[in-house]
Structure formats: structure tokens, C-alpha cells
Design a protein around this ligand. Structure first.
Ligand code: SF4
Length: 936
């Protein structure tokens, strides 16, 4: 035998592994960062992590290019040229923080509301809101108003939680999953893994989406619905189920407010409100006694048909209204089919399929459990039908009611919190009553009177000044958008520019690319950011911005506070915030600096600790005036929201306590040793029926999720919405102004009824136009990433076959696309698997020249485009002299997907129009080839 060469076929790839949490999207998978010579060599998934169990997506592995991106900001900067020029001077942190402190201190002393502090897709909202509350401004929110507040708020108002971070399908048992409008970038590894399990078991997936891409491409059935009609389709499914008697009556009677007695006298001032006892508890008719009884009394059996005449007023179980509403002929499949773009027989078949799987293929787990009425059940009955939805159905002016309708559909099937159905993730489920109401009382040198954001229960909770004007710059929680639980970030710049409801001094933004893809009507937002008054001063006087990268927004700020990247910083994925829990477990996680920044940057949250101390804010200073927290890591460990409850739930006290426990100075070390996360499993008999399962309720109290058990009923009928309607009808002390009475009355229907989202019937602008983000990118972060750019570096407008042929388009053609507010000229491409009245493109691929350290000729800057230029942040005038925001009238969610356009073939310009001038890059341009070597 000849001698073989001695080759090491498996050399060590790293000399150390550091375990932390991915932040290339919001799924927050566990990652093992392989280090070589102190540098990141590569990233793999953490097999022990509850979210991804070792799975890593393309975005996650490309994190190495994100932390080495040429577009990283390098130092604090002060603007030296005009706004928008990109001309900056690098300054020290001391100078930057002194500049910010002197300006903010003056505001706080005179009028704290003159600070508007809004954050983008960060994951530290419990911290940033505490900072804003301590400062005393009412003007704080994160980006939920332009993301998916409709989904979150509709879920919480209806059933105490929603999809995505709040809950998930029971991947182990579900047999039929319906996906509606899922954003492919957002719901990444967890849903891919879940879909993989379904495919393995032969479960059926139905995708409802105008575009057949991503998850819809692997669905067993694709329903190419026309945009904005999801609510109509869903209510038609409800109609069919009610008509066929295929609803879970026992579930409705036990766990929902369907049997609760409603005042049914249209002449009574309490018409449409629930009848309550002296303790404020809803009354039901008990089937045992035939008498009105508190809904939660031991042994009560609520009657769905209950009626009661008391003091001359008739009260009927809410179920009567539910049945009357949805059995109306307007919801019959034939009546809705054309608007939905779905054949009546398809609607009927899907309704029958849902019923068959829910009831004929019901499952049972032999697990005993006890409900809040004291009844012990020998089994857990499962309806193995589940649903999942995201922005596609919510970013419409009718999105809130559409999301409510979807939740009601799954409740009618009895498939929420049961085996095979939709399951909540701790800290959900939580009734609306467990959430704060919004607060807006602002006084100089004082903290706000409570949390900014919350869930209104009636007009008394609106954020209005004594004269009835909006207390907040974004006009959240006003009659225009009463339930705007996440604020309206997309209205901040235009309201601040208009001085409506008042002028502000400083706009303080974090991670929000408002001068580009995060704004509607980008060009006019840029004009507002640069507009000057008669004195030559900027109309929005001062803009402070923090970001890790040289995004388009950087050029429009006066002061830049450069953030660190996700491998260079501490973060806390907290149960107080948006945690990483699973349906069977509470879980939280950290990020920690696996590498040190090689630039003069600081984690934004640490900067806020410093600014808070310099400003002397309560919660950020000790009684002697010294800084309370050295940095964000110090805050994560030592902050207590309530005694014993801090940002991280595990390794508290002596290191063995979970949920509640005193501060443990070694807590971060324990998390790092544990792989960067901690998991606490829910006991077996508490895993399902959580809102009503006393063992879960007691487990949740032990975990510090709430202080006492709080079982509750799902709100098919929304009493808070009815209270707003009553105000619009002329009842109560707080009533809407006359010009909004009709809007409030129509929008706040206690049972969701579909309405067309826009007044535009499709005459002049016959096509719907959508954007979605590709699976390989998250927000705009991905298109500066050297690896991910190779997947999507440009974006055409996808055109359906009917329109393609009608216009005689050929490959390589361009089109002029016009909406009521703007025009773009872009390349087109043919897509057959697309609703025939819809065009669409990928969002946030197009970049402005000079931004993100990209070359002037980069395809993102010369071939990519934004649809945003066509979307107006205001609706057309309605003739009353006022302009209303392009938002859902319930929550204020930005109605991105109500866009209507027309297209026509045109000559190809050199690059998509409108073209913007090049920004001067404060970080220069990246090298032609991005390459380096780690280790020897
Ligand atoms: S799904 Fe998101 S969090 Fe998970 S690896 Fe991919 S980018 Fe990272």
C-alpha cells in the first residue's frame, strides 16, 4: 500500500464558541458564534435553543457580513451642511451627549411634550418606554402603528393575545392550517419548522394571499384573494358554519361572552352593554336554575339562548346578535365572491373542510384539568384546525375588524387554546383588563402619569386635552383612532411639520428609516424634514437619530448617536417585552458582546442610561443624583419593575429562582453559561385551555406574569367598542366632535362587519398594489449585506397575466405606475400565480444613492425602487376641510395595502423614477470586494 498523505480533513473551525441571540430578524433564534483569533469566523444555529433548535436561515448565517458591513457608522456626528446633504463632522461622545442633554433638559424644564421619541424595530420597548415616561413626554411609541397593530390589538381585545409573538399553531396536532397574508421575512425559522412538521404528517396547508410566493408557494391550496377582502371572505366562512350548525356550542357557552346578557332595548342608554351584577360581573342565564347568574359562579352552565326582562328592559345572550349578524344574506358566498375574487363553491368547500376537520376529526388528550368554575375535566378536547396571519390582512383601513373576524372564526370553531388549534405563548393570554390604559398627563420636570400606550376600555381613556384636542403628536387615542394601542409613528413627521396638534422641538428617532422605506410618500416626508419657516429655521427644529448603519435617515438628522451591532452589545429579550416563549414554556434570552466594537460606537440603550442620568430622570438616577445604571447590562440585572420582577426571569435570587426573586448580580453570567437563554416549562395539565385552566393561572402567578389568577371570557362581542358607539350616538360626557360621529359609529361596531377599505371603487385606478419583504431580508437591513444582496439586488413590479397581456408587455419592459398621489416608472415582470387585479413588488430593496455605503451604480440604487412614493399618508379631502390619515379608523394602523394604481407601458428610462440626488455618505463607500481572513 502506498503511503497516504497526512491530511487533516476536519480542521477546527474555531477556537471558541460564544452563544447569543440572532438579530437578523425578529424571530430571535439561538446562535453559536464561532470565534477565531478573537474574530467571528462563522455562525451556526444553537441546537439547544427553544426557538430554532439548531436551524439557521440565510439571514442568520449572513450576520457575519452585517457586523463587518462597510455601512456601519463609526462615531458620533454633528451635521455641518444643510439637512439632507449628508455633511457631518465626527465628534466625541462627550460632546454628543452634552449637545443632546442641554437641548433635552431645556425641553423637560419648559414643556416635555416638545420631545417626540419614537423607536423603530428595536426590541427593548419596556426599557425605552420607561425612559420616555421618566422624561415626561406623552410622545412615545415604537413602530407598531405602521407594522401590525391591527393584528395585535384585535387579538388582545378579542381573546387576550394574537398570532406570532403572542401565540402559534399547535404544530404537533393541527391537521389543517390556514395562513393569511404572512410576511415572509418576519415569520421565519419557527414557521418554517412548523410547516415542515405539518408536511411530514400530511396535514393540509391553505394559503390565502394575493401573491403566491414564499409559504403560499408550498401550501397545498392557494387562494389568490383580492387585497382588502379578507374580512369579507372570513365572515362568509362564519356565515356558512353558522348556517350548517357547525360551531362549538359547548366551547362558546363556557369560554366566551356569547351567553352574556346584552341590553337589547334600542331606546335604552345602555343599549348594547352587558348586564352586570353589583360586583361588575357579566350575567348569564344558568341552564340549571334558569336564573341570571354571574358568569364565573361555581357550577354555572351558561345558556347561549338566554333572555331576561328586567326593569322593563329586555336582555338577550350576545349569541343572538352574533347569529343574526352573520346569518344575514350579505355574507352568503354568492354575495361576496366577486369582491373576494374567490368562487362561491370554493368558499363553501373551505367552510365545510374547516368543519369536518374541527368536529369529525376532533382529538382528545387524556389530560385532566380543572377550570375556573371549579369543574374538573377528564380530557382535553382538540379541534385540530389552526390559523396564522400577519400584516397582509391587517395593513388595511378595515384591518382591525378583519383581524377580529379571523379570531372570531377560530373561536366559533372552538379551536383556540385547545389541542390542534391556536395556542398562546406566555405572558399571553392576558385579558384587556390586565393591560394598562394610555397615559398622557405631562408636566415640566415630572415623569408622565403612567405608561404611554395601553388598551382603552371606553371614551374616558382617550388621550385628549381638556379642550378635546389631541394630547399626543401622533394623535393616538383620539376619536380619529380610538384604539391606537401602538401609536401612529407614520404620522409623527407630518403632524410635527404641520404643528398639528402642536409644534415640537426635538424629534428623537431610533432605528427607523423614516426618510426612505418606513414612510409613506417618501418624497414629501423628505421635504418636511428639510422645510424651513419664514425665519429660515427648520420647521422641525431638532432631529436626533440613532442607528448602527448609514441609512437614508442619517442624512436628515442634526445629531447622530451611532449604535453597536447585535454581536457587540447587550440586549434583553424579556418577558416584560416581546419574549421568545413557546406555547409550552416561558423563555427569555440575552445578547452579549461576543466581539468588541472596533469603532467609537455605543449600544443605544446604554446611551439612554447615560442621557437619563445626565438629565436627572427618575428611574435613571439615585437619590444622591448619581447615575443609577452604568450601562444597559447593569439595568438588565438590577432593574426591578416590581419587587422581585426584573427584565430577566431566570437565575434570580441565589441563582435558582425563576419568575420572582431578588436581584442576582451574576445573572448575565448564568445566562451566558446556559447558552444565552432560559426556559421554564409549563406543567402538562396547564398546557392548554390557559385562560380558564386554574393550574396555568397559578403557574403564571408564580412566574410573575400576573399577581393573581385572572381567568376571563373571550370577547366575541366587544363591549369597549360599543361604548364608543354609544358616545357617537350622543351618550356620556365624552362625545366625538360632530364631523367624526359617523366614522366612530361605523368603525366601532362591536361585531366585525366588513367594509370596503377605501372610497376608491377602482374606476380610475383599477389595480391593487402591494409590497412584501422577501424571506431573505428583514426590513431594509438585508440589502446592504454582501451575501444577501446577491439574492435580491433589484426588484421589478410583478404583473398578473391578464394585465400583462392586456398591455402587451414583454420581458424587459417598463411601466408608468400612477396612484392618486404620485407616479413611478419601473421595470415589470410577469407572474402568473398572482391575483388578476393586483401588482406587487419587494419592499426595501431600492436604496438611495450614497446610502448604506453602496456604490453609486449598485443595482439597489439604479434598478431597485420603492412603491412608497405612491402611498399618501393622508386620505383625499372629504369636503369637510379636514384631512384624515391613511390609517385604520380603529387603531390608526397605516393602511399600506389599500393602494390603488393604474399602469401603462412606457419607454425605459436609465433608472427607475423618481430618481433622487445622491447623498454624501458619512462612511464613504464599501470596497469593491469585501474579503478578510480570520485566524492564521
Ligand atoms: S429566522 Fe431570523 S432570528 Fe432566526 S436565524 Fe434567521 S434571521 Fe436569525
Amino acid at each position: 500500500m502506498s503511503k497516504q498523505p497526512n491530511i487533516d480533513t476536519s480542521p477546527p473551525v474555531s477556537d471558541e464558541i460564544r452563544k447569543t441571540t440572532c438579530y437578523m430578524c425578529a424571530c430571535r433564534c439561538g446562535i453559536n458564534v464561532h470565534m477565531k483569533g478573537g474574530k467571528v469566523a462563522y455562525i451556526e444555529g444553537n441546537r439547544d435553543h427553544p426557538i430554532n433548535k439548531g436551524v439557521l436561515c440565510a439571514k442568520g448565517s449572513a450576520g457575519i457580513m452585517q457586523v463587518n458591513a462597510p455601512s456601519r457608522l463609526r462615531s458620533p456626528m454633528k451635521r455641518v451642511g444643510p439637512r439632507g446633504s449628508g455633511e457631518f463632522e465626527e465628534i466625541s461622545w462627550d460632546e454628543a451627549l452634552s449637545l443632546a442633554t442641554s437641548r433635552l433638559a431645556k425641553i423637560r424644564k419648559e414643556a416635555p411634550e416638545k420631545l417626540a421619541f419614537f423607536t423603530g424595530r428595536d426590541q427593548s420597548q419596556s426599557f425605552t418606554s420607561l425612559w420616555a415616561q421618566s422624561f415626561g413626554t406623552p410622545n412615545y411609541a415604537a413602530h407598531g402603528g405602521f407594522c401590525s397593530v391591527n393584528m395585535a390589538a384585535a387579538g388582545i381585545y378579542t381573546m387576550g393575545g394574537a398570532f406570532w409573538e403572542f401565540g402559534q399553531p399547535d404544530w404537533e396536532h393541527t391537521k389543517l392550517l390556514m395562513l393569511f397574508g404572512v410576511a415572509e421575512d418576519h415569520d421565519s425559522n419557527p414557521i418554517k419548522m412548523g410547516l415542515g412538521k405539518l408536511k411530514q404528517r400530511g396535514a393540509k396547508v391553505i394559503g390565502v394571499n394575493p401573491v403566491r410566493s414564499g409559504y403560499n408557494a408550498i401550501a397545498d391550496e392557494w387562494v389568490g384573494i383580492t387585497p382588502g377582502a379578507d374580512g369579507l371572505f372570513i365572515t362568509s366562512l362564519i356565515h356558512e358554519l353558522l348556517r350548517a350548525g357547525k360551531i362549538d356550542l359547548d366551547y362558546l357557552a363556557r369560554y366566551t361572552n356569547a351567553p352574556a346578557l346584552l341590553n337589547s332595548d334600542p331606546n335604552d342608554a345602555e343599549f348594547g352593554l352587558f348586564l352586570r351584577d353589583d360586583d361588575g360581573k357579566m350575567l348569564v342565564i344558568d341552564r340549571n336554575s334558569g336564573k341570571p347568574t354571574a358568569f364565573d359562579k361555581k357550577g354555572v352552565q351558561p345558556d347561549l339562548r338566554g333572555t331576561l326582562r328586567r326593569a322593563g328592559v329586555t336582555h338577550k345572550a350576545a349569541f343572538h346578535s352574533i347569529a343574526e349578524t352573520y346569518l344575514a344574506p350579505e355574507f352568503a358566498p354568492e354575495a361576496v365572491a366577486e369582491r373576494c375574487g374567490i368562487e362561491p363553491q370554493t368558499i363553501r368547500r373551505i367552510a365545510a373542510e374547516l368543519a369536518r376537520v374541527a368536529f369529525d376529526e376532533a382529538i382528545s388528550l387524556p389530560i385532566e384539568w380543572t377550570d375556573f368554575r371549579g369543574e374538573t375535566h377528564s380530557e382535553m378536547i382538540g379541534r385540530p384546525v389552526s390559523f396564522h396571519a400577519m400584516r397582509g390582512i391587517s395593513a388595511h383601513a378595515n384591518g382591525f375588524q378583519t383581524c377580529r373576524a379571523l379570531h372570531i372564526l377560530q373561536i366559533l370553531l372552538g379551536s383556540v387554546e385547545v389541542p390542534g388549534g391556536f395556542r398562546f405563548k406566555p405572558p399571553y393570554p392576558k385579558p384587556v383588563e390586565a393591560h394598562p390604559t394610555p397615559h398622557c398627563q405631562s408636566n415640566p420636570m415630572a415623569p408622565l402619569d403612567g405608561p404611554h400606550l395601553g388598551f382603552v376600555r371606553g371614551p374616558e381613556h382617550l388621550a385628549l386635552k381638556p379642550d378635546g384636542s389631541a394630547a399626543r403628536i401622533d394623535k393616538a387615542f383620539t376619536w380619529e383612532n380610538p384604539m391606537s394601542s401602538h401609536g401612529l409613528m407614520h404620522m409623527v413627521i407630518s403632524n410635527a411639520h404641520a404643528g398639528d396638534p402642536y409644534k415640537i422641538d426635538t424629534l428623537f428617532l431610533y432605528m427607523a428609516n423614516m426618510a426612505w422605506n418606513s414612510s409613506m410618500n417618501t418624497k414629501s416626508v423628505i421635504d418636511m424634514l428639510t422645510d424651513r419657516d419664514d425665519n429660515g429655521e427648520y420647521v422641525i427644529p431638532n432631529i436626533i437619530y440613532s442607528d448602527a448603519y448609514s441609512s437614508e435617515m442619517v442624512a436628515y438628522a442634526d445629531l447622530i448617536l451611532p449604535d453597536s451591532t447585535y454581536l457587540e452589545r447587550h440586549d434583553c429579550i424579556s418577558l416584560l417585552d416581546r419574549p421568545i416563549c413557546e406555547a409550552d414554556a416561558a423563555a427569555d434570552a440575552i445578547r452579549w458582546p461576543v466581539i468588541e466594537p472596533d469603532r467609537d460606537v455605543r449600544g443605544f440603550q446604554s446611551v439612554l442610561c447615560d442621557l437619563g442620568a445626565r438629565l436627572g430622570l427618575p428611574n435613571f438616577t439615585n437619590p444622591d443624583g448619581s447615575a443609577k445604571y452604568k450601562d444597559y447590562a447593569d439595568y438588565i440585572v438590577n432593574h426591578e419593575r416590581k419587587p422581585g420582577i426584573g427584565p430577566l426571569s431566570a437565575f434570580r435570587g441565589d441563582g435558582t429562582e425563576t419568575g420572582r426573586g431578588s436581584v442576582n448580580s451574576e445573572q448575565l453570567d448564568r445566562y451566558i453559561e446556559n447558552g444565552g437563554f432560559a426556559v421554564t416549562h409549563i406543567p402538562d395539565s396547564a398546557r392548554y385551555y390557559k385562560p380558564w385552566n386554574m393550574e396555568y393561572q397559578e403557574w403564571a402567578v408564580g412566574m410573575g406574569l400576573f399577581d393573581t389568577p385572572q381567568p376571563y371570557l373571550f370577547s366575541i362581542y366587544s363591549e369597549p367598542m360599543r361604548k364608543f358607539q354609544l358616545a357617537a350616538e350622543g351618550h356620556g360626557e365624552r362625545q366625538p366632535p360632530d364631523h367624526l360621529r359617523k366614522q366612530v359609529h361605523d368603525a366601532m361596531r362591536p361585531l366585525p362587519v366588513w367594509e370596503e377599505a377605501t372610497d376608491d371603487e377602482g374606476g380610475e385606478y383599477p389595480l391593487h398594489a402591494l409590497t412584501q419583504r422577501p424571506m431573505a431580508m428583514y426590513h431594509s437591513w438585508g440589502s446592504q449585506n454582501a451575501w444577501l444582496r446577491q439574492i435580491h439586488g433589484r426588484n421589478p413590479l410583478y404583473v398578473p397575466t391578464k394585465v400583462w397581456e392586456a398591455h402587451g408587455f414583454q420581458d424587459g419592459d417598463w411601466a408608468r405606475v400612477t396612484s392618486r398621489s404620485g407616479e413611478i416608472v419601473v421595470p415589470v415582470a410577469h407572474q402568473a400565480a398572482l391575483n388578476s387585479n393586483t401588482v406587487w413588488t419587494w419592499n426595501a430593496i431600492g436604496k438611495r444613492k450614497g446610502a448604506w455605503a453602496l456604490d453609486q451604480n449598485a443595482p439597489e440604487a439604479t434598478k431597485g425602487f420603492l412603491l412608497n412614493h405612491l402611498i399618501d399618508e393622508l386620505l383625499p379631502p372629504k369636503g369637510d376641510g379636514l384631512r384624515y390619515s391613511n390609517s385604520d379608523p380603529v387603531t390608526g394602523q397605516a393602511a399600506w395595502f389599500d393602494l390603488r394604481v393604474k399602469i401603462e407601458k412606457c419607454a425605459a428610462p436609465d433608472e427607475p423614477q423618481p430618481a433622487f440626488s445622491s447623498l454624501r455618505s458619512p462612511v464613504g463607500k464599501g470596497p469593491k470586494n469585501l474579503a478578510w481572513k480570520v485566524g492564521s
